[in-house]
Ligand binder design. Structure first.
Ligand code: NDP
Length: 251
């Protein structure tokens, strides 16, 4: 029997679209107060309107340490505690390594690595404190990685680097804090129909389109429900890692 999240607070980064948006709806449905963070305020406002009183909008760019910290502090202050953090904001700029535009590498490292580190660093004191409190006496940091964090492929080298790095960081942190009842979980989705591929260069888009042409991709809600499962486990259970692919994705 899953626990509910009533009386707890969740912060979701990258909540203005895709997996983050769906996860905010899911955690709110499970009873949590939800702080939703991203850069596009209009999208966050629409999400908050769907959720109602238990939503709090935070305009934040987590590639800035100050902005990431402020997002965490605002969430904790507004709702009085912080129990669940979903470090989800990410960008996937695929393409060959040779002659790659360096700004794409910088954007991926800044968001997928530093954004997650800044969010985790600011959130951990709150998660450690809330893990000692009722109603659940356990808290969750969920890191949204990717199949690309497990398997490296030609054409996604720096995205692979960022997601592999998050996996290593998460496992080290898990060992550090698990006895204090902060659970660190890694979620590794395969292809999900979101805005993620919109940011690819025009010359790269056809390659992706071809790869997924005959495949039914997952929906954001599929990942949101998986995250909902992870964070509602009883205190004694930690789901460390979930690899979740579309049924038709063979690699
Ligand atoms: P989307 O592009 O739909 O969502 C990305 C989110 O990140 C948006 O809400 C965006 O909001 C936010 N974001 C981007 N830059 C920043 C920033 N600087 N500060 C704060 N938020 C930011 O893609 P997905 O939902 O698919 O991606 C979510 C996560 O899932 C990513 O980490 C991605 O790597 C991972 N993933 C996705 C897969 C897929 O197939 N879709 C597969 C495997 C993993 P805004 O622009 O408003 O700031």
């Amino acid at each position: 029997m899953a626990d509910r999240l009533d009386g707890t607070t969740a912060l979701i980064t990258g909540a203005s679209s895709g997996i983050g948006y769906a996860t905010a709806l899911e955690l709110a449905a499970l009873g949590a107060n939800v702080a939703v963070a991203a850069r596009r305020r209009d999208r966050l406002d629409a999400l908050a309107a769907e959720i109602g009183d238990r939503a709090f909008v935070i305009e934040a760019d987590v590639t800035s340490e100050a902005s990431a910290r402020s997002a965490v502090e605002q969430a904790a202050e507004h709702f009085g505690r912080l129990d669940t953090v979903i470090a989800n904001a990410g960008v996937m700029l695929l393409g060959p390594i040779v002659d790659a535009p360096l700004d794409e590498w910088e954007r991926m490292v800044d968001l997928n690595v530093k954004g997650v580190l800044y969010t985790a660093h600011a959130a951990l004191p709150h998660l450690l404190a809330a893990a000692e409190q009722e109603p659940r006496r356990v808290t969750d940091l969920v890191l949204v990685s990717s199949v690309a964090g497990r398997v490296a492929r030609n054409g996604s080298g720096v995205y692979n680097l960022t997601k592999h790095g998050i996996g290593a960081f998460g496992e080290s942190l898990r060992q550090e804090v698990t006895k204090r009842h902060v659970r660190v979980s890694l979620v590794e989705p395969g292809a999900v129909a979101t805005e993620l591929t919109d940011h690819l260069r025009d010359e790269i888009k056809p390659m992706m389109a071809q790869r997924f042409a005959d495949m039914e991709r997952m929906e954001a809600v599929d990942i949101a429900e998986t995250i909902g499962f992870i964070v509602t486990r009883p205190r004694r259970v930690a789901v460390n890692e979930v690899l979740i692919r579309p049924t038709e994705q063979d690699a």
